[in-house]
Design a protein around this ligand. Sequence first.
Ligand code: HEC
Length: 156
Amino acid sequence: MKGAPLVLTAFAAMTVALAARAGEQPIPGVTNAAQAHQDYILKCQGCHRPDGGGDDRSNPPMRGIVGRFLTVPGGREFVGQVPGVATVNLDDRRLAELVNWTLHRFDAEHLPPDFRPYTAEEIGALRRNPLRLDRVATRARLVAEFENAGSEQGKP
Ligand code: HEC
C-alpha cells in the first residue's frame, strides 16, 4: 500500500520528463503526441505543410486561425466533418488525438477557454457525415461569423 503513491509520483515525474525531453507541453486530449505528430506528417502535411501554412490556391492556412472555428456555432462540427479530417484512414481514437494535436499545435491561442478536446466518440459521429461540396459555403459562413465577432470586439 505504502508503495503506491511512490510509484504514482515516479510515473508522473517520468511523464513530465518525457514531455520535457520532446520539448512539448502535454496537450489536452492527446495521450501520444509523437504518434499524433507522425500521423500529421503522413496524412495532413502534404497539403497543410509542416508549419500549418497555406495560401489562396491550395488550402487555407491553419496556423494562427484554425482555433477560431471553435468559437462560432457549427465550427466544432465543421472541423470534424471537413473532408481531409473525416475521410482519413485512421481510427476514431487516433483521429481525435490528431485533431486535438493540430488545433493546439497551430492555434492554441484562439481556442476558447472552455474548449473540450474531441473524443473518439464525437469524431466518429461527425465523420460519418462528411461535408462534400457544401464545405465551401459552410466554411465561408463560419469565417464571416468569427471575423465579424472579432471586429465587433475591436480585435482582428
Ligand atoms: C488533399 C489536401 C488535404 C489534406 C490531405 C488534408 N487537408 Fe485539411 N483542408 C484542406 C482544404 C482544401 C481545406 C479547406 C476546406 C475544404 O475545402 O475542404 C482544409 C480544411 C481543414 C480544416 C478546417 C480549417 C479550415 O481552414 O478550413 C482542418 C481542421 C483540417 N483541414 C485539418 C486537416 C487534418 C488534421 C488533416 C490530416 C488528417 C487534413 N486536414 C488533411 C486540404 C487538405
